[in-house]
Design a protein around this ligand. Structure first.
Ligand SMILES: C[S@@+](CC[C@H](N)C(=O)[O-])C[C@H]1O[C@@H](n2cnc3c(N)ncnc32)[C@H](O)[C@@H]1O
Length: 245
């Protein structure tokens, strides 16, 4: 007898507020047999599970998968492949599985790595991605700051290594989002200053969580001990200025 394989659902649980989980994510969480989440990536585990906890039935198994935080590319690829194989063994046996990620599963997310290996090694096993509200969308909402309008452009980059990704743009975007703005803030601020974007910038720390903080002067982040849940949004122009015709 052939077994009908189960589906792996990549679920984005949103930025932190459980009310920002989508209805679709809730429906999926109520039907899967196993919920996977990443361990050892700076509290992703506890946070993603905590956000979704109310919607995971008590009998559903929750398992953690280790994603090592190392610069050793070989070790990370080995871990991603091993994790994909672990999940594939479960869905190939006919069980339904979900993999939780903060924000959106396809935006700077561990699910992206799982997806790569699932597609490469097990192209016949079904995978469904359930989008989530990204931290930068929730932060723009917290700031009441339009991200892009009309013909404007948006650059979403990692700030882990500073502002070089903005500095390297010949034509600067109208809006830039620096994710991972928890270190090298000096470099991010210098790039914003050079691009003339510092005046219309703001930081958001722990967006949508009870401890949420809006940082109106992002330069003040330079002298603070960085919080992992920090991002910076900056615009070239005043978002509330009348539109030029
Ligand atoms: C690995 S990325 C995860 C992004 C996530 N997949 C998303 O779609 O938002 C981690 C970075 O996202 C940002 N981030 C995630 N959640 C956040 C929150 N609640 N408040 C502020 N920044 C957040 C921070 O810049 C953090 O360093």
């Amino acid at each position: 007898m052939t077994i009908k394989p189960g589906t792996l659902y990549g679920i984005g649980v949103g930025p932190g507020d459980p009310d920002l989980l989508t209805v679709k994510a809730i429906h999926v969480l109520q039907k899967v047999d196993i919920v996977y989440t990443a361990a050892s990536t700076k509290n992703d585990y506890s946070l993603a599970v905590n956000i979704a906890r109310a919607h995971i039935p008590a009998e559903t198994e929750i398992r953690t998968l280790a994603f090592p935080m190392t610069k050793d590319r070989h070790a990370t690829h080995q871990a991603w492949e091993a994790n994909a194989r672990t999940i594939a063994a479960v869905t190939a046996a006919g069980r339904q599985a979900a993999f939780l990620t903060l924000g959106d599963p396809l935006t700077f997310s561990t699910f992206g790595y799982i997806l790569k290996y699932m597609r490469r090694l097990f192209p016949d096993l079904p995978v469904v991605t359930v989008p989530g509200i990204t931290a930068y969308q929730a932060s723009a909402a917290a700031l009441n700051m339009p991200l892009v309008e009309g013909e404007q452009s948006l650059l979403v980059v990692s700030g882990a290594y500073g502002g070089n990704r903005l500095a390297g743009q010949i034509e600067k975007p109208d809006t830039v989002v620096f994710m991972k703005a928890y270190r090298n803030v000096n470099g991010i601020c210098a790039a914003l200053e050079n691009a003339d974007m510092l005046a219309h910038s703001a930081g958001v720390v722990r967006c949508s969580l009870p401890e949420q903080e809006i940082v109106a002067d992002v330069k003040t982040l330079e002298s603070r001990s960085p919080n992992y849940w920090t991002l910076i949004i900056a615009r070239k122009t005043d978002p509330y200025a009348p539109q030029e015709e």
